[in-house]
Design a protein around this ligand. Structure first.
Ligand SMILES: Nc1ncnc2c1ncn2[C@@H]1O[C@H](COP(=O)(O)OP(=O)(O)OP(=O)(O)O)[C@@H](O)[C@H]1O
Length: 331
């Protein structure tokens, strides 16, 4: 079942087309990455998803509810970590969580929520004194109140230190584990790659590609390299017949096999072991998501993209505040 359906979404701001006929379907329980360069239309799409902007055409449905006509119900059912969430300087961390709890009519223990995001020791501190990363952790905690079925994270790793990023990954994994859907918009490609089942790439308001990261790799023809140090080195020619191995060569004391995917790397590695040589080191080097991103944008010829079937700033046109958990006027 689709948790989020974006159907031919178009949003114009005067002469600017922010989103241009975007269609996407995100399955329930999926962790879905939403990527694109600055100005691609990501925030506008998220704003439409939360009912903060009215589409010029098309629609967004969240858990079966229309995000425009049933925006309040949608916002109450979605946990949102907006980009650039503004906290109340004079409220403590615990009071912020209590505020999110009352918005959702939930009964979560604020201290337990703060512990989940690593702020147990800062519960009584005022948010005005928080570092960027602490503020991000608190906003994340507020999004998690009442364990929403859909989580929308806009640049969730912004300002987080390595521990915070590890915590974020754990939180996303736990949300997916309990069946929640996570819509994850980010420029941090490593995070996207680490947590997302599928990734959509948008550019100029249009969908450029949607696939698993592995699928994007295959589309881009991006080969992974298996590098094996062994004594003696096996004959590279014997690897060329292995399914998915495109090239094999010796470089110094290593055998390098260029493979189309992870399965081919495993087959090649198994062949090395089967040859009876003594393996002393194994390394792999995959194309980064940055490479795939560049390849997808480079391939964008302006035609509509067939999605794989599987299923801020204050606005000038009257967008509502970015945070659904904040009272009127607070972002
Ligand atoms: N309220 C607005 N009024 C006028 N133009 C807007 C408004 N919001 C967005 N735009 C324009 O729409 C386009 C898409 O912007 P959007 O913020 O959705 O992109 P984005 O992918 O989120 O970018 P970024 O990664 O920089 O946050 C841009 O050209 C932007 O200038």
């Amino acid at each position: 079942m689709a948790a989020i359906t974006i159907d031919s979404l178009r949003k114009e701001y005067g002469d600017t087309v922010a989103v241009d006929g975007l269609s996407l379907s995100v399955d329930a329980g999926e962790v879905f990455g939403f990527l694109g360069p600055n100005g691609a239309g990501k925030s506008t799409t998220i704003d439409a998803l939360l009912g903060h902007v009215r589409p010029t055409a098309g629609s967004v449905t969240v858990l079966g509810r229309d995000a425009t006509t049933e925006s309040r119900a949608v916002r109450e059912s979605v946990g949102v970590l907006p980009d650039g969430y503004a906290l109340y300087d004079r409220l403590t961390a615990r009071e912020h969580v209590a505020m999110a709890r009352s918005f959702r009519d939930a009964d979560d223990d604020p201290d337990a929520v703060l512990a989940r995001v690593g702020l147990a020791d800062a519960a009584d501190r005022r948010a005005g004194g928080f570092s960027t990363g602490m503020a991000q952790r608190l906003a994340l905690g507020m999004a998690l109140v009442d364990d929403p079925d859909v989580l929308v994270f806009d640049e969730p790793s912004a300002g987080l230190d390595p521990t915070g990023i590890a915590d974020l990954r754990r939180i996303v994994a736990a949300a997916a584990e309990r069946g929640a859907t996570v819509f994850f918009s980010s420029h941090d490609l490593a995070q996207v790659e680490a947590v997302c089942d599928r990734v959509a790439i948008v550019d100029d308001g249009r969908l450029v590609a949607v696939d698993s990261v592995a699928g994007l790799r295959e589309r881009a023809g991006a080969l992974a390299t298996l590098s094996v140090a062994a004594d003696p080195l096996p004959d590279p020619a014997s690897f060329l017949g292995i399914d998915g191995v495109r090239d094999a060569a010796v470089d110094g004391d290593r055998l390098l096999c260029r493979c189309v995917n992870a399965e081919a790397k495993v087959r090649a590695l198994r062949a090395v072991f089967d040859s009876g040589v003594r393996v002393t080191d194994v390394d792999t080097d995959d194309a980064s998501l940055e490479d795939l991103f560049a390849a997808a944008l480079g391939d964008d010829d302006g035609d509509a993209v067939e999605a794989v079937p599987r299923g801020g700033s204050v606005a000038t046109d009257g967008r509502e505040p970015a945070s659904p958990t904040a009272p009127e006027g607070v972002r």
